[in-house]
Design a protein around this ligand. Structure first.
Ligand code: ZN
Length: 478
């Protein structure tokens, strides 16, 4: 549900934190964290927690653009200017930055898998296990010690990617966060991952000992409860650890009034005290807005950058898009979708660990799935599964994003004078601010984009007008 644009991983909001784990943002941008509102971010964070234990916990993600290529295709016979385009200098930078992000994305995924194989094969995991076991008889001490060692090692191994991602964000003007602040964010992410990851590890091994052949199902239940709780408390307890929030009405009462018009048209209830301003400008330059939480923690968050750079009409459209996610029940639907996926991954993780240990257990010095070291084998299997399920998760997300785009445009009909123009301009602004490549590689888009490409969203917006054509809006009476 973020309103973001597209790729993920290495966003600049919470540096070093994979976008999946980053806080929500659905700016108009397009996509990724865009999209992901916190729910997805947190579910994926549990997946990743179990899958790679990177230092990450927050959840947001701005992430934008992937690569070029297919540039030739775009110079087709169309005479008109595309709905989204960049001037030559910006285009060159967008292509270069997109390429960096795509390479970082795929390279870090591959490295995440390879490093686990190396840690197992080189006996590092067995040594960490020995150190944890010799430390103390107490299982809690052993579990947390092993988790800490694993986290430390993987964090160091992933650091080059994190550092380079933040460096590129600074060079390309996507981030304005100093290295001290960045390091502090990384540290907070590490500590959160250690505490909650350690608890999950303790629970996992307890369940494995209790039900050696069915643990994949019995552990899935508390894991889902953990996700539900995490999504609920994130806006209140986690997000404020990384960014500052204040009531939107405090500084932008006129905007709140305008957004309430959009809310009223949608026939739902989002009182002004559920609208917040996030001081994103302290860390990034990109735009975003998102919905997050549910029940008593449900809220709409608008980044201060958006207010500074977008017009009230454009913010209304972005907001309408976000509102669409709530009205169309994308959050519960996504929870169910990812919950089923998680169950499948746990089952395959169980089978995969059995197979790996039967084949390599002696060499790796990991005798059974009850050994702490088996955690790394499980993470390896889930990392591989997560990578190959990316297109499925992102395809599902893009479907929701498109629906939210349609909803957003319909939601501002009658409130802004020209919804087509406003929506197209919003995407133009988003794309420019996040240096989004107008012509991303189709494969990269298919695999890594949580939102449709900015170009396709802008083109759709520019042409979507069910009122003039005598058609009927999809989500509204008129
Ligand atoms: Zn969205």
């Amino acid at each position: 549900m973020y309103w973001k644009a597209s790729a993920r991983r290495y966003s600049s909001v919470t540096p070093g934190v994979p976008d999946e784990l980053q806080p929500p943002a659905c700016v108009m941008q397009t996509g990724s964290v865009e999209e992901s509102f916190t729910v997805r971010a947190f579910i994926l964070s549990v997946l990743l927690l179990l899958a790679a234990m990177p230092a990450a916990f927050a959840a947001q993600s701005p992430a934008p653009s992937p690569m070029e290529q297919n540039r030739a295709e775009s110079s087709s016979p169309q005479q008109e200017k595309p709905a989204y385009s960049l001037p030559p200098d910006k285009l060159a930078r967008a292509i270069a930055y997109s390429r960096i992000r795509v390479i970082l994305d795929f390279a870090s995924s591959a490295w995440g898998i390879l490093q686990l194989i190396l840690l197992l094969a080189l006996g590092v995991v067995a040594r960490m296990r020995n150190a944890a076991v010799h430390l103390n008889q107490n299982r809690w001490a052993q579990g947390f010690a092993f988790t800490l060692l694993l986290l430390l090692v993987t964090t160091v191994l992933n650091l080059p990617f994190d550092l380079y991602g933040q460096h590129a964000a600074l060079v390309y003007g996507q981030s304005v966060q100093g290295w001290g602040s960045w390091t502090w964010d990384m540290t907070k992410g590490f500590l959160l991952t250690f505490v909650f990851g350690g608890l999950l590890v303790m629970l996992l091994f307890r369940v494995i000992r209790w039900s050696p052949t069915r643990w994949w199902f019995w552990f899935w239940i508390p894991a889902m409860i953990f996700v539900l709780i995490a999504v609920f408390v994130a806006p209140v307890l986690i997000d404020p650890l990384f960014n500052k929030f204040e009531p939107l009405a405090k500084t932008n009462p006129a905007l709140v009034d305008r957004l309430e018009q959009v809310v009223a048209r949608g026939g739902i209830q989002i009182p002004p005290d559920r609208m917040f301003l996030m001081k994103a400008s302290e860390k990034v330059t990109t735009l975003n807005a998102y919905v997050t939480g549910y029940g008593a923690s449900k809220r709409v968050v608008v980044w201060d950058n958006s207010i500074r750079k977008a017009t009230p009409d454009e913010i209304s459209f972005i907001f309408g898009h976000e509102m669409g996610h709530y009205v169309l029940n994308h959050i519960p639907a996504t929870l169910i979708f990812l919950g089923v996926l998680l169950l499948v991954e746990f089952y395959l993780g169980y089978r995969g660990v059995q197979w790996l240990l039967a084949r390599y257990g002696v060499r790796w010095k990991i005798p059974s799935q009850q050994d702490w070291g088996a955690l790394v084998a499980l993470l390896l299997v889930i990392s591989v599964l997560s990578f190959f399920s990316e297109p499925i998760v992102n395809g599902y997300s893009r479907m929701h994003e498109h629906e939210a785009d349609v909803y957003g445009q319909e939601a501002i009909h009658g409130i802004v004078s020209d919804p087509q123009k406003v929506a197209r301009q919003s995407f133009q602004l988003l794309g420019e601010m996040s240096l989004t490549d107008p012509n991303p590689n189709p494969f990269v888009e298919f695999w890594t984009f949580s939102h449709p490409s900015v170009s396709s969203r802008a083109a759709f917006a520019a042409n979507y007008n069910p009122w003039i054509k005598g058609q009927h809006p999809k989500y509204f009476e008129k």
